[in-house]
Each structure stands twice: as structure tokens, then as C-alpha cells.
Ligand binder design. Structure first.
Ligand code: T1G
Length: 697
């Protein structure tokens, strides 16, 4: 018997248990283990019913993603599924944890499915740039109907056990998976229930067969958010085969679609991103096995936009929060906004109707820092000036309990300087959330000079607990994301002085796949913020200053680089801005030239990659994939392009270094000279990936 699966005989019920940590992924060994043990159970005359279950924390979480791109090893998953589906004895899938991808496809080949109440069931293959490749697109519509099947397969999000029960995907909600599965198997035998094969049941797709718009409307609704991605559309086509074709033909077409996607650049980038995200949670330089500190209560200092969003993230994960403000009025306003946000989400059906009240109950609003009480983690989200941060941390040093982790949400200030305000620099680090903090996934964990390893582990694990994606970064101006973004902003500004218009630059960046371009982003954030900072530092930027002097601060004033109709956030090109740019250039004696889209794209992306190379060389980021995680989850870098450093490797570092050297000369801008590390890798014909180890290499 294989070491990853076994067959236990409980008189007339055979229990096949898969045990292949960490997530029982369908490696070749697991596929072989299932096949051997199911066949052994079929061959044993004493066994009348078979339960398929898993040890560890979850049912099968899918195909083994590390096997993709390598020569396939037998048995093929579809062969395993056929053996299950054609078994002369009923096979029951007993699910706990997450039955995902190939895991749910195994369960769909079983005659019945039961699950524990916390279980989640899904076909998330599109998130890896794939489509379900083992019958999921043909069996799931037959199990739950085309609308829910499209939502699960094209959207990629799992459903919970309750919804699975309601939709008919599972028969019952059970207690422990094995015992619950066995009890259900005995019921199937006692009631002499049929060997129900989904492939033969067309009852739930009959309506869509008669009126295909049921299916096409469901697809149109869900693919609205799939700009630039190939997999959602291919997955939708595959579900269409279940409506249009006999089962075996549909299965064949599904396989063709899967094989095309698994070889695609988009899927390779998305699989890279999957491992990069997990690699980022492994902190370089921290001794293996370092334990984090316990975090049962968090205190957030500041109930403004960021503090409120951060508090919501913790409450969303069920972590009690002490929310501290300097006065009742600010506290009340902040808590009111949180309540309103949750109620709006509940009204849209995004969270249960009783969730807002439950989550508000987790927030204890108080006035005064002395009320940090027994918080294990304190996150400061106050006004972004060093003076205020130093004052707050000086007081936290007095009031916080020993061992509490003290985090600043600053987006660029020096954490080492902040830590010096305390007697416990080992407990101080940065947790840089991205606005809106209750929505954006990224959390840059800023490692200061004296930050203790276990404090870092605490911050990374609590970030993951609240469904954030942590990336550990070093102390420098702008850490990783904003430091690279600043280089793009600089070039964007220069392009206006050379002849490009905001809408042309932004169009190139959004066509590449970013959610918005630099000028629309400036209008969203508010141009007055940069204006104030430039004035503080005595820096001029003629075009941006002229816009602000004309009161054009962006969306907040209805005009910035663009104009905005009342109630709309859609940026509209404004002839007044073109006139203002022409006048400014005339004053400076500059003439506009035609700037190509290709030049714009290169000057938007390559300076950021150049800064990424400097960030790696300085050790501000430990891995190129950590930089990619920052951009994927903090700035909306298109997942199907893997991240700036991954994309740079696909473009070729030699080409990028040459183009940077060209622009450095052409625009007389030494900051565009290729960074030493970029030049070295380019000269050696290497990639950024060659610097990394682990699965994200
Ligand atoms: N294959 C290989 N390794 C996997 C894996 C997988 N499917 N899923 C997780 N891991 C590793 C992960 O890299 C990490 O490794 C460890 O397990 C813990 O993961 C044929 C083609 C299940 C919800 O997309 O969503 O089936 O870092 O940190 O937060 O149609 O893992 O410890 O070395 O994420 O508790 C479809 C992917 C595959 C599910 C658990 N399935 N996994 O989350 O732990 S394609 C998926 C997840 C497919 C079929 C198609 C999550 C999780 P390490 P973790 P977690």
C-alpha cells in the first residue's frame, strides 16, 4: 500500500484515507494511492460501500501545482475519476477543510458527497490561469446547475457547506469527516440508494439546454471583471460544452482547453504568483521555527481613514480591537464610518445581515493612549509626520504592556528613528497597509535595524490571519512599493514636459493591465498632498503646481489632470489642462514632441524595475518575488504578468538595460542609468529569478 493512502475495513464499509501533507494535493503518489485503494475496496467482497476521506487539515486541495509543466506521471486524474465513477459500489466523498480544484473534481466523480459545516468547496483554477481539467466543467453544472457552476468556475471563489447543501452539491453536513462519511455510507446501503453518476444526470442543465441565455447571461455577469485574462473566458467555454455536447465530448474539449492554458504564459505567471505570495511569508534571515508572540487583542491608534480600515480588517477576522482616538468626536466619526461600510456591504449581500453588529461589538472605542490596556499588538495610524509618530511611540513605551509589538502604519517614515523613541526597539516594526486598508491585500512588514525575529514572525502571521498578504521590507524612503512608484511618477511628469498628455500616458499604463495610470491615481489621491510636500521642500514642478494654483486638486475638486462630472469618478480629458501644459511649456521655452506609446511604456516600467534592482542590491527586499508580491497585492499589477521583476525577466534584462541607458542619454537623466545589479545580470545573460531559491524561482 502507498504511504499516502490506506484502506481501513469497517465490516461492510471501506474507508480510503489520503494523508499527504500539507494539503493532500493530487501528486502522482496520491493519484496512485487513491486508485489502488479504491480498486482494492471494489475487489473486496466484504466491502459494500466506500468512503473517500483525508487526514490532516483538509480534503484534497487540488492538483499538485508543482507538477505542472513537467512530464505527466500516471495515473492520469481522469483515469482515477473513471474508476471511482464506474465503481459497482457506492463511493462517498467525506469532505473537510477545502475541497478545491482536482479535489472537488474527485468528489464530483463520487456517487455522493458529504461535508463538515466549515468546509469550503470550489474550482479556483482560473486563479492559476487554468480551467478545471478533470471533469469539473462537465460535472459541476450537472450537480448545481449552470448559473452557480459559472459563478464558481469562472469566478473561482469557493462556496461554504451550507450553500453546497442548498445547491445539491452535497447531501448532508456531517461531523468528523471519516465517521460522518461512514455513517452516511451505511445510510446509502440501508436505503438502497442508487449509484448516482453526475455524468448521466442532465436534470439541472435541461433548462439551459432549452434556453442557452440562462448560461450566457451568467457568463456575461461574471466575466465583466476579467479584463485581460484568458482563463475565465476559456473556462466559460468549457462550461458551455456541458450545455451543448454529450458528456464524453465535453470532457474531451475541456481537456483540450486545459492543456492550452497550462502551457500559456498567463498561467505560468499566475502559478508563479501563487508561490511568490507564500514564499514572501517566509522571512529571510529569521531562524527556522521562530515562534510568533500570541495576539489576542489589537489596539489601533487613530480612527481616521487608515486606522478605521485597519480596525475593520481585524474585526473581519474576529480579532477584538481597542480603537483609540484623542477625542470623543473623532472616535464617534471613525466608528460611524466603519458601521456604515459594513452595513453597505451587508446590503449588497457581501456579508451576513448580522455581521455589522457582530463586528462593531468587537471594536472597543476609547479616548487616550493610556487605554492600550493588554493589547498584544498596537498599530499606530496617526498623522503622517515624524514629530507626531515620535510623540505617540514615546507614550506607547510608557503604556503598552511588556512584549507588545509596536507597529507604525507609516508609508515611508524611518522606523529606526521611531523605534529610538522607545526603550524597546526590538518590539518596533512597520505594518504598512494600503488604502482602503479593509480592502487592499498587501501589508508591507517593515523590518527595522533592531526588530526582533519573533516580532517579525508575529506581524507576518497576524497579517495572514486577517487575510492580508505580507511582504517583509527594509527601512528606506518609500520601502519597496512607493519607492518604485516614485520613479514612475518622475518619468510620468517628465513626459508631460516632453509632449505627452496625461490621457495618453494613462492609456498606455491601463492597456498594460494596471487598474489606473499615474495621473488618474494622482487625481484620486489628491494633487494638493504632493503640492504641500513640494512647497515644504522648496521644490517646483511647474505643471503640477500650476494645476494646484488653479485649485485643481483632482477628484476632490472635480478637476485635476482630468475633469470629473458630478457624482462620477471617470477621468475625462480636459482641454483646459492641455492649454495649461502648452502655456507652461511655452513659458519654459520647451516644445512638445510626439511621444510613442512604446516609449511611454518603457519609461513607465523600466525605471521601476531599475529601482527594484537597487532595492534587491541594498537588501531592502530579500527576493525578486517579494517585490512582485508588493506590486501584485498593493498596486494591482496584472496577475497574468506575474509582477514587475517576473515581467522584466520575460522582456529580457539585457534589452531593459540598453533601453534605460538610451533614455538616460536621450533625456539627460542619469537616474535612468542601469543599476549595477541590473547591468551585471544583463551582462551575464541572467534573470532576476536566478537570484531566488524556493518554489517561486
Ligand atoms: N499544489 C501544491 N502545493 C500546494 C497546493 C497545491 N494545489 N496548495 C497549497 N500548496 C502548498 C503551498 O505552496 C504551501 O507550501 C502549503 O501547501 C500550504 O499552503 C486538475 C488543474 C488549500 C486554501 O488552486 O488555495 O486542481 O509554502 O500556505 O493558507 O482541475 O493553499 O508550506 O511550502 O496556501 O492554509 C487547484 C491552491 C489546483 C488551491 C490552504 N487548487 N491552494 O491555504 O496554506 S489546479 C488550488 C490554496 C487543479 C484540476 C486543476 C491554499 C489552501 P509551503 P498555504 P493555507
Amino acid at each position: 500500500m502507498s504511504e499516502v493512502a490506506k484502506l481501513d475495513r469497517h465490516d461492510i464499509v471501506g474507508i480510503v484515507t489520503i494523508d499527504s501533507p500539507p494539503v493532500n494535493a493530487l501528486s502522482a503518489a496520491v493519484r496512485g494511492g487513491i486508485l489502488d485503494n479504491v480498486n482494492a475496496a471494489i475487489a473486496d467482497p466484504a466491502i459494500k460501500a466506500i468512503v473517500l476521506t483525508c487526514g490532516g487539515r483538509t480534503f484534497i486541495a487540488g492538483a499538485d501545482i508543482t507538477e505542472f509543466g513537467k512530464p505527466p506521471k500516471p495515473p492520469a486524474l481522469n483515469d482515477v475519476l473513471s474508476a471511482i465513477e464506474n465503481s459497482p459500489k457506492p463511493v462517498i466523498a467525506a469532505i473537510h477543510g477545502t475541497a478545491l480544484g482536482g479535489g472537488l473534481e474527485v468528489a464530483l466523480a463520487c456517487h455522493y458527497r458529504v461535508a463538515t459545516k466549515e468546509a469550503k468547496l470550489g474550482l479556483p483554477e482560473v486563479k492559476l490561469g487554468l480551467l478545471p481539467g478533470a471533469g469539473g466543467t462537465q460535472r459541476l453544472p450537472r450537480a448545481v446547475g449552470p448559473e452557480l457552476a459559472v459563478k464558481m468556475i469562472v469566478g473561482g471563489d469557493p462556496i461554504g457547506a451550507a450553500e453546497a447543501l442548498k445547491s445539491g452539491l452535497i447531501e448532508e453536513i456531517i461531523e468528523g469527516p471519516a465517521s460522518g462519511g461512514e455513517a452516511f455510507a451505511r445510510k446509502v446501503l440501508a436505503e438502497n440508494r442508487p449509484l448516482r453518476k453526475l455524468r448521466d444526470d442532465e436534470s439541472k442543465i435541461a433548462a439551459a439546454k432549452a434556453d442557452r441565455s440562462i448560461f450566457t447571461n451568467a457568463v456575461a455577469a461574471i466575466t465583466k471583471k476579467s479584463r485581460g485574462l484568458e482563463a475565465p473566458f476559456a473556462a466559460a467555454d468549457a462550461v458551455g460544452y456541458a450545455i451543448d455536447l454529450p458528456f464524453d465530448e465535453g470532457l474531451k474539449k475541456e481537456r483540450e482547453g486545459f492543456l492550452k492554458l497550462v502551457a500559456s504564459d498567463q498561467s505560468k505567471a499566475q502559478r508563479y504568483a501563487f508561490f511568490a505570495e507564500r514564499e514572501a511569508a517566509k522571512i529571510a534571515g529569521v531562524p527556522e521555527g521562530t515562534k510568533g508572540r500570541k495576539v489576542e487583542r489589537v489596539a489601533i491608534i487613530g480612527a481616521g481613514t487608515m486606522g478605521g480600515g485597519i480596525a475593520m480588517s481585524f474585526a473581519n477576522a474576529g480579532v477584538p480591537v481597542t480603537l483609540i482616538e484623542t477625542a470623543e468626536e473623532q472616535l464617534r466619526r471613525g466608528m460611524g464610518i466603519m458601521q456604515k461600510n459594513w452595513e453597505a456591504t451587508a446590503a449588497r449581500g457581501g456579508i451576513p445581515a448580522d455581521a455589522p453588529a457582530k463586528r462593531m461589538a468587537l471594536i472597543n472605542g476609547v479616548v487616550g493612549l493610556e487605554n492600550v490596556g493588554d493589547a498584544d499588538l498596537i498599530i499606530e495610524a496617526v498623522f503622517e509626520t515624524m514629530a507626531v509618530k515620535k510623540e505617540v511611540f514615546g507614550k506607547l513605551d510608557q503604556y503598552a504592556k511588556p512584549g507588545a509589538v509596536l507597529a507604525s502604519n507609516t508609508s515611508y517614515l524611518n522606523i529606526d528613528d521611531i523605534a529610538k523613541q522607545t526603550s524597546r526597539p526590538q518590539d518596533v516594526l512597520g505594518m504598512h497597509f494600503f488604502s482602503p486598508a479593509n480592502v487592499m491585500k498587501l501589508c508591507e512588514i517593515v523590518r527595522a535595524e533592531k526588530t526582533a525575529p519573533d516580532a517579525l514572525v508575529t506581524a507576518v502571521s497576524i497579517a495572514r490571519k486577517i487575510a492580508k498578504v505580507p511582504a517583509v521590507v527594509g527601512v528606506c524612503d518609500g520601502f519597496v512599493g512607493n519607492r518604485m512608484l516614485a520613479q514612475r511618477g518622475k518619468q510620468a511628469e517628465k513626459l508631460l514636459f516632453e509632449g505627452a498628455l496625461p490621457q495618453q500616458v494613462d492609456a498606455v499604463v491601463t492597456k498594460f493591465g494596471m487598474p489606473m495610470g499615474p495621473f488618474a491615481m494622482g487625481d484620486l489621491a489628491g494633487l494638493d498632498i504632493g503640492w504641500r510636500s513640494r512647497k515644504d521642500r522648496g521644490i517646483k514642478s511647474e505643471i503640477a503646481d500650476a494645476l494646484c494654483e488653479a485649485g485643481r486638486f483632482g477628484q476632490k475638486t472635480g478637476k485635476g489632470y482630468y475633469k470629473y462630472e458630478a457624482g462620477s469618478r471617470a477621468p475625462l480629458p480636459d482641454p483646459d489642462v492641455e492649454r495649461l501644459i502648452d502655456e507652461t511649456l511655452a513659458k519654459l521655452g520647451l516644445k512638445r514632441r510626439a511621444v510613442s506609446d512604446e516609449e511611454i511604456l518603457e519609461r513607465m516600467m523600466y525605471p521601476m524595475i531599475n529601482e527594484g534592482a537597487k532595492i534587491l542590491a541594498e537588501g531592502i527586499a530579500a527576493r525578486p518575488s517579494d517585490i512582485d508580491v508588493v506590486w501584485l497585492y498593493g498596486y494591482g499589477w496584472p496577475i497574468y504578468r506575474g509582477g514587475p521583476m517576473y515581467w522584466a525577466d520575460s522582456v529580457g534584462l539585457k534589452h531593459i538595460a540598453e533601453r534605460l541607458a538610451f533614455y538616460a542619454k536621450e533625456t539627460n537623466d542619469p537616474s535612468l542609468e542601469p543599476a549595477p545589479l541590473l547591468k551585471k545580470l544583463a551582462d551575464e545573460g541572467k534573470t532576476f529569478a536566478s537570484l531566488a531559491q524556493g518554489k517561486a524561482a
